[in-house]
Design a binder for this molecule. Structure first.
Ligand SMILES: NC(=O)c1ccc[n+]([C@@H]2O[C@H](COP(=O)([O-])OP(=O)(O)OC[C@H]3O[C@@H](n4cnc5c(N)ncnc54)[C@H](OP(=O)(O)O)[C@@H]3O)[C@@H](O)[C@H]2O)c1
Length: 256
């Protein structure tokens, strides 16, 4: 008989396998959205709706599994719930409205549905862990544990970098403008994708603060998707703009 724990472990292993699959596939295929959107990938959804479909399961399923678990009255789990929603309530319900999209902009539906499927599994895994399985999180001592404190600080550093970098991108286009420009300032002084770097740091912080394999699975999945995309976008910038800053790296300052 399947127990709750075997379901959890099955999905956890599934995410690691999925991440390895993503690394392999993304060597040959560029995910068809944003600047790489192209025909031939089936039906499309309006861009803003696609972002809600893709990201809202992470917010909603985390909340469901968190509040149906015994940890939901304890302070450290509540803080982790707050961190998760700070990112995901924004990403699912506010970020789509902030995007500068033009009339008729769309995203490949398969990307939105696949993203939504992953976000649902991710919300389930991390919500179940923080709300129920992570018994160490419910103890008062966890609040003063270095892993929790450093993890929360790392989360906020990544969060600020991700949001500031996304904010710079959103303001490159004036209302009604289309096309792409070179972003400058903030993390763009060092890399072409500081928003992706910020996202990775955010979830490294969360994994540390929750000290969980569910958190680690999210870091691995995020890296598997965003590092290849950052490398492709970096090359795209270099080819498109002859005056692209030569010292800028793709995603890791001074290294990659
Ligand atoms: N955790 C994960 O696995 C994961 C996966 C994907 C995304 N994300 C997060 O979701 C957020 C958005 O990701 P994304 O891949 O859509 O980022 P992106 O390609 O950098 O685009 C973000 C927005 O900025 C616009 N934009 C990008 N570069 C521009 C430029 N040079 N000039 C003018 N406008 C520009 C894009 O317009 P267009 O749409 O017209 O290109 C889009 O509206 C990021 O914070 C990322 O970290 C997370």
């Amino acid at each position: 008989m399947m127990t709750d724990d075997s379901v959890f472990n099955g999905f956890l292993i599934g995410v690691f396998v999925w991440a390895i699959g993503a690394i392999v596939v993304l060597r040959w295929v560029i995910a068809p959205y944003g600047r790489h959107q192209r025909d031939g990938w089936g039906p499309k959804l309006p861009t803003r709706l696609a972002w809600v479909v893709m990201e809202s399961p992470a917010s909603l399923l985390f909340a469901y599994f968190f509040f149906t678990g015994p940890n939901h009255t304890q302070i450290a789990p509540l803080i982790l719930f707050g961190l998760w929603q700070l990112h995901y309530a924004h990403r699912a319900f506010i970020y789509p409205l902030q995007l500068r999209v033009k009339e008729g902009d769309s995203m490949t539906a398969a990307i939105a549905l696949l993203g939504g499927l992953y976000c649902g599994v991710n919300g389930y895994l991390n919500g179940s862990y923080v709300g129920r399985l992570g018994t160490h999180l419910a103890s008062a001592e966890w609040l003063s544990d270095w892993r929790f404190i450093v993890g929360v600080l790392v989360f906020f550093f990544g969060y600020a970098l991700n949001k500031h970098s996304d904010h710079i991108l959103q303001n490159l286009r004036k209302p009604g403008e289309t096309g792409y420009k070179i972003p400058y300032g903030g993390g763009y002084r060092f890399v072409s994708a500081p928003n992706y770097l910020g996202e990775l740091i955010t979830w490294i912080g969360f994994a540390l603060a929750s000290w969980s394999l569910a958190g680690v699975s999210f870091v691995v999945f995020t890296g598997a998707n965003l590092i290849p995309r950052a490398l492709i976008n970096h090359r795209w910038y270099q080819e498109k703009f002859k005056d692209y800053p030569p010292e800028r790296k793709a995603v890791i300052p001074f290294l990659l």
